[in-house]
Ligand binder design. Structure first.
Ligand code: AMP
Ligand code: ZN
Length: 668
């Protein structure tokens, strides 16, 4: 029986891996989304029922969920070198000359796109993804395996004839399309947009909640095989093999027999790169023969057998017309240069980001200066230099504003940050709107049909000013808005009504206390059952809650000091919004398990794993996900496997059967 189940589970996993490969690597869907989800669900159910067949590389784990607080530091077995840079063909010719000094035979090159993302090293053992580590300083990086597992086009298990132990290196990046999508979502949630795809990709890899990483829709390209065991003579062959094992390698990579072919490749992509669905910042050239690579070796910082060719950022000169200042929904100020329109990298540019005061000062920008504008990785171009020769003697230096352009409040600059903020959170128009957009967003009160445009209109019409005002809106007030039909007005009103059922933790997240994100809100609700309890909590008391530090604690106390916030909360309460923990969720039954950690393994028969974990929490204990010295109790069902063995090896872990676990709780 159990062998059959295991077979079934393995077959489902294999099938799903194959469909995933067809879709993400070959770009050919072999099954509908619905069918895929059905298979996935079937597997999920089997895995939940038979935890003894757990596999870290199961396709079900792509959805993420593992939360990592601190990423372990891992030493790279093979150092991750940087690349030397070249900027023109002459640099390349010099490089070839240096190579020829060491190598007598003809030299071939592989030319690849230089993806602009974050580099990663992934260890595969016996065809399974085992560990993924960031580049870090080249000698050691952060282990981010759970996050990398969520990336759809990274194979969790390999196909074909692969070596038993090797590292694949590559780049994790965001396509332009997914980057835009992400920013649109952020806008809908009342958050400021991300600046560029590269920083967003590397930032995403370091997020603590892997389910959040999943939502970023990252992509990968793998460009280097490294191991003691090398199953080929050339880099090109290794790339072909890697593709066969299931890796996404670059479709544009090209084997070049001569340096002239390399130059052609570069000239082609210098123009065509603007039409790629992702950003590149150059080309990478590698000597094809691995034997020649070994002969050439490394300098202190980079391989002699590889070279990056950096595209010149396209740069044009134009006139600065004025500087304006935008206030983000979180109150952050962004200075923007308004330019005389000019053609740059195929698009007309009218504005450029100036980022912050320090950058303006560094440029020494004056009114009506002629400036050089460059298009780098950022969405909007930036000013890189000033043509001082064209400056008139009476032109005045740009002076950074002292007050918020939206509400007049004096700006503050936070120590350690170059950015100015408007501190008038409760009355500065973009911040007021941002707060209400955040309140209705999906992860908060989830009021459908109430988009950011409608909120802006309602605010302009002075119908709403803070989240409590939603609950006094009437259909008659909404109907006269632009493009508003009877049906959508009704939907808004029903949506607002329905939000009264949303749980306390989501409301707490929704009211927008600075630094109180989803996870913190959950932790707070576990420790403070009502908003009034939270209101009374001191900084010291708050700091006792797991994961809550002084910064968050101060921000909470500050929030409740403000009478306007108190008024809003009292109003929300009177309209019936949930500001207390619901009956069923997380009720505490006892604290007999306080300070104790638990893990369940094997097939459980007295209860499901889920309800067992719930019991642990209700009695004050904590569930952890792996066997380690931090584990106090391992509860074993039928056919427990490697976890049991590991726990026995550690020796300090108490091993219980299901009945003994129940006795433990009932001992109270
Ligand atoms: P640099 O950071 O300028 O020294 O350039 C080296 C980085 O280029 C590597 O760490 C990789 O992250 C990145 N890179 C992007 N595409 C490639 C590629 N095809 N081959 C090697 N490195 C690449
Ligand atoms: Zn303001």
């Amino acid at each position: 029986m159990s062998e059959n189940i295991q077979q079934k589970i393995e077959q489902l996993r294999e099938e799903l891996h194959q469909h995933n490969y067809n879709y993400y690597i070959l770009d050919e869907a072999s099954i509908s989304d619905f069918e895929f989800d059905t298979l996935l669900k079937e597997l999920q159910e089997l895995e939940a029922q038979y935890p003894e067949f757990h596999d870290d590389n199961s396709p079900t784990l792509r959805v993420g969920g593992a939360v990592t607080k601190n990423f372990p530091t891992i030493q790279h077995k093979f150092r991750m070198y940087s690349l030397d840079n070249s900027y023109d063909f002459e640099d390349l010719e010099d490089w070839e000359k240096r190579i020829i000094k060491t190598i007598d035979d003809p030299v071939e090159f592989v030319a690849e796109l230089k993806y602009d993302g974050a580099s990663i090293s992934i260890l595969y053992e016996n065809g399974k993804l085992v560990q993924a580590v960031t580049r870090g300083d080249g000698f050691q990086g952060d282990e981010i395996t759970p996050n990398v597992r969520t990336i759809s086009d990274i194979p969790l298990t390999l196909k074909g004839d692969f070596p038993s132990h090797f590292f694949m290196r590559g780049e994790i990046y965001l396509t332009r399309k997914n980057f835009d999508k992400l920013n649109k979502l952020r806008e809908e949630e009342g958050l400021d947009p991300f600046m560029n795809p590269r920083n967003t990709a590397s930032g995403s890899l370091k997020m603590q909640d892997s389910a959040e990483v999943r939502k970023r829709s990252l992509s990968s390209v793998l460009y280097q095989y490294i191991s003691e065991e090398v199953p080929a003579e050339t880099h090109w062959e290794l790339l072909q093999k890697a593709q066969g094992w299931g890796f996404k390698t670059s479709q544009q990579a090209k084997l070049c027999r001569t340096l002239d072919e390399v130059k052609e490749f570069i000239s082609f992509w210098d123009v065509e790169r603007h039409n790629l669905p992702f950003e590149i910042d150059g080309i990478v050239l590698k000597v094809n023969s691995l034997q020649q690579q070994r002969q050439l070796g490394y300098t202190a910082k980079s391989p002699r057998w590889a070279m990056a060719y950096k595209f010149k950022a396209e740069k044009v000169e134009t006139e600065l017309k004025s500087v304006s200042y935008q206030v983000g929904r979180t109150g952050a100020i962004t200075p923007v240069a308004n330019l005389k329109p000019v053609l740059l990298a195929g698009t007309i540019v009218k504005r450029a980001s100036l980022h912050n005061e320090d950058i303006i000062k560094k440029l020494g920008l004056h009114e009506h200066d002629f400036v050089f504008v460059e298009k780098g990785g950022e969405i909007i171009p930036k000013i890189v230099d000033v043509n001082k020769g064209k400056r008139t003697s009476d032109s005045k230096e740009i002076e950074y504003i002292k007050n918020c352009p939206e509400c007049g409040t004096e700006l503050v600059k936070i120590i350690d940050q170059a950015i100015h903020f408007c501190p008038n959170e409760l009355h500065c128009p973009p911040q007021v709107v941002g707060r209400m957009i955040h309140y209705v967003s999906r992860k908060a009160l989830n009021i459908d049909n109430l988009g950011s445009e409608t909120i802006e209109q309602l605010y302009r019409e002075k119908l709403i000013e803070n989240p409590a005002d939603f609950y006094t809106l009437t259909k008659e007030q909404i109907l006269p808005l632009e493009r508003m039909a009877e049906k959508s007005a009704q939907n808004i009103i029903s949506g607002i009504e329905k939000s009264k059922e949303i749980s306390f933790e989501k409301v707490l997240y929704g009211i927008g206390i600075k630094h109180v994100g989803e996870t913190v809100a959950k932790k707070l609700v576990k420790n403070f059952a009502t908003i009034d309890e939270l209101k009374e909590a001191t900084v010291e008391k708050l700091c006792q809650v797991e994961d809550i530090g002084a910064k968050i604690a101060f921000s909470i106390v500050e929030f409740f000091k403000n009478p306007e916030n108190i008024l809003m909360i009292e109003r929300l309460k009177s309209y019936g919004v949930q500001l207390e923990k619901g009956e069923s969720t997380n009720e505490v039954l006892s604290n007999v398990l306080e300070g104790k950690t638990f893990l369940f393994t094997g097939k459980l028969s007295l209860f499901t794993r889920e309800s067992a974990e719930e019991m642990v929490e209700k009695h004050g204990g904590k569930n952890i996900s792996a066997v380690s010295k931090n584990l106090n109790f391992l509860v074993v069902g039928e056919k427990a496997g490697s976890k049991l063995k590991k726990a026995q090896d550690i020796g300090t872990i108490e091993i219980l059967d299901e009945q003994q676990f129940l006795d433990l709780i009932e001992k109270q």
